[in-house]
Design a protein around this ligand. Structure first.
Ligand code: SAM
Length: 501
């Protein structure tokens, strides 16, 4: 759950549902490979043939922050199962922790995350009590004092937590878990509500990475999404963090927002670079008003169309790669010396609920309403409903209400999809060997990939698949070919995903 990935956790929960539709089967207008190798295509060539783009624009696919994706979690995994899994953890396995703070001071109309606007502090204070209870309980269920290499506060807005309370929760965590000396401790921050007191508490508690919600610097766009955040506010937050020694910073930018223009996106990216982040996440606005009713306040007529979204992404990507940032997977960018870029070059980049991470830990323990955890046996998710979460924890129990037990086939496909999403390439022969299946295992999928290959969305060399640079944003369309759950959700109508482009 590293900061660069931030808590799209809950957005991605929802992301998963909606039929992708059939992969296009006609083969006109292949994407031209770039003439000269470069990190990222220029705006003019990423904007492919409009006919081809239109075809992919209609496709709805998951973002694969997990496989299987969260909409396929089920009630077969409950608190009792989780209790058993926790007690079976190896005490020497390093773990990662995620804390979900589902509160914000005001609602951004684009928001796809699991959060709630509160006018008073009392619900936050009560929630923190429950969070500490949950931490205490989990710590007594695991077989010893577990080592933690990564800790991530996500939301919502973690800086809704008052500085003293932040320090108190961190003290609880440190008393229950062994945070390693070099542990990454990351916090998502809304610059608009950050105070020097927060920054002092964070630095004092060992926070060494922060992710700032920026989205777009254009006041007109900010007005259209109910998030007024002057450039100076972001710059001020950065200055406080730098002065406190928290210099590893991610910015979240968005494209596809109402009223956004290609030039405006480029301008935002350039101004963001001036504030010296080392990572940027560039999210395409996922408009899912059937799930997030506040998104209905967004003027759909002002939303950019598919080709414009593509060009907006390309403009941001061009500005960032032009400044030396390396593209990471679907939607992240990192400075060459940043751990994420180093992990990508070494082929050990991972994908998790918050996005991309260098964190290699096989165990993620989630705390808080809606938080997702990943254990060797499978996934668990706490009740998203505050009352249900509070009830379970106050009664001294765990709040897990659903999850998924991983089958051998799930593990194989999880491995394959994670490599594809992280490396933009995968060797199916190697995946087959790692999981003890014949190479012919993927014959059906390879046949389905032919149409995508003809369109230039994927290149095939024997059993090695590569996503060409110009098709980077379509990597999840290729991943979806290996996802048998998607067909189920299409059939029963349970799944409605955000757009692929
Ligand atoms: C949980 S938010 C945390 C940020 C923090 N609360 C703030 O407001 O600054 C994480 C990020 O998710 C992204 N995000 C939220 N809703 C989204 C949506 N519907 N589509 C795409 N990205 C979204 C935004 O970039 C946001 O900064």
């Amino acid at each position: 759950m590293r900061v660069q990935g931030r808590a799209l956790q809950n957005q991605d929960n929802s992301d998963m549902v909606a039929p992708m539709g059939q992969c296009p089967t006609t083969h006109k207008a292949p994407v031209q490979p770039p003439q000269t190798p470069r990190l990222y295509p220029r705006e003019q060539d990423v904007f492919m043939n409009p006919e081809l783009l239109a075809r992919y624009d209609g496709i709805r696919v998951p973002r694969y922050t997990s496989y299987p994706t969260a909409p396929h979690f089920n009630g077969a995994v409950d608190a009792g199962q989780y209790r058993q899994w926790l007690s079976g953890l190896a005490v020497d396995t390093p773990v990662s922790l995620y804390l979900h703070i589902p509160f914000c001071e005001s609602m951004c109309w684009y928001c796809g995350c699991h959060t709630k606007v509160v006018a008073r502090y009392q619900p936050v204070a009560e929630y923190l009590e429950q969070l500490r209870r949950e931490i205490d309980l989990v710590a007594t269920l695991v077989p010893g004092r577990l080592r933690v290499g990564h800790l991530h506060w996500g939301g919502g807005t973690p800086n809704m937590v008052a500085p003293d309370d932040f320090s108190a929760v961190m003290a609880t965590l440190r008393s229950r878990f062994e945070l390693t000396g070099d542990a990454e401790i990351a916090v998502e921050i809304d610059p608009r509500t950050l105070t020097p007191g927060h920054v002092r508490a964070m630095a004092g508690a060992g926070v060494n990475r922060a992710s700032l919600g920026v989205q777009d610097f254009d006041p007109a766009v900010q007005r259209a999404v109910n998030r007024l955040q002057p450039y100076e506010t972001t710059a001020g937050a950065v200055a406080w963090l730098h002065a406190a020694g928290i210099t590893a910073l991610n910015f979240d930018l968005m494209y596809g927002l109402p009223g956004q223009t290609v030039a405006g996106c480029r301008d935002t990216a350039e101004r963001a670079l001036g504030l010296r982040p080392d990572r940027l996440a560039v999210f395409g606005y996922a408009h899912v008003p059937w799930m997030k009713t506040h998104q209905r306040r967004i003027d759909e007529a002002a939303l950019p169309d598919g080709p414009t979204r593509w060009r907006q992404f390309a403009a941001i990507a061009g500005a960032l790669t032009g400044a030396g940032f390396e593209p990471i997977g679907l939607d992240h960018f990192a400075a060459p010396g940043d751990e994420l870029a180093v992990a990508r070059r070494a082929g050990r980049l991972r994908r998790n609920f918050q996005g991309y991470t260098p964190d290699a830990s096989p165990v993620l323990i989630g705390f808080g309403a809606s938080a997702i955890g990943a254990l060797p046996q499978g996934y668990v998710q706490n009740a998203p409903d505050f009352h249900r979460y509070a009830e379970a924890v106050t009664a001294g129990g765990l709040a897990v209400t659903r999850g998924l037990v991983l089958s051998a086939d799930d593990r194989l496909r999880r491995d394959l999809i994670e490599r594809l999403m992280s490396d933009l390439a995968v060797d199916l022969g190697q995946v087959a060997a790692r999981h003890g299946v014949e190479t012919g295992h993927f014959d059906d999928e390879l046949e389905k990939l032919e149409a995508l290959a003809a369109d230039g969305v994927v290149q095939r060399d024997g059993l090695r698949l590569t996503i060409p640079e110009a098709a980077r944003p379509l990597v999840r369309v290729v991943a979806a070919v290996f996802d048998p759950y998607l067909a189920t959700s299409q059939q029963n109508g349970t799944a409605r995903h955000s757009r692929a482009v």
